[in-house]
Write a new protein. Structure first.
Length: 149
């Protein structure tokens, strides 16, 4: 082994150090030095000025939805290699993918049981009018005729 074999590695190390230090110097020279105004620090909601302060913590549902996304994103990423070598794996690969899918489905069931897909309070229908019968319809028609007359 000669030193000539390590020269490209040394050159890459020097180039990386120059790039990192150059980035810090450029950031210090080009960045604005004044403090941002209150308008820039305020939360932006589609151009609407907020009337109340936003809550400090997000509801747990946001994190549960993020977990659902990550779980299914990972599942899709692991399904691609399986699909590529499906015939070579045989029954062993099929059993492994089924176990993996059962675990992912179990995670989905857990998240649904924790209310990850439930947004807001439960909405119940309130009857606006009494049950319709022939006598209530006749009474309503006669009231409407009396008002019109």
């Amino acid at each position: 082994m000669t030193v000539d074999q390590y020269l490209p590695l040394l050159g890459l190390l020097i180039l990386g150090a120059l790039f990192a230090s150059g980035s810090f110097v450029a950031s210090a020279l080009l960045a604005p030095h004044k403090r941002p105004s209150a308008a820039k620090l305020a939360p932006y909601e589609c151009g609407i000025v907020p009337e109340i302060e936003p809550p400090q913590r997000f509801p747990v549902r946001f994190y549960l939805v993020a977990m659902i996304f990550v779980i299914f994103d990972i599942e899709v990423v692991f399904m691609y290699p399986f699909a590529v070598v499906f015939k070579q794996l045989g029954s062993f690969g099929l059993v492994e993918v089924l176990i993996f899918s059962v675990v992912v489905f179990g995670a989905l069931l857990y998240l649904v049981s924790e209310g990850a897909l439930t947004w807001g309070p439960v909405k119940r229908l309130v009857p606006g009018m009494p049950a319709r019968t022939s006598s209530s319809t006749i009474a309503r028609i006669t009231i409407d005729r009396e008002k019109a007359a």
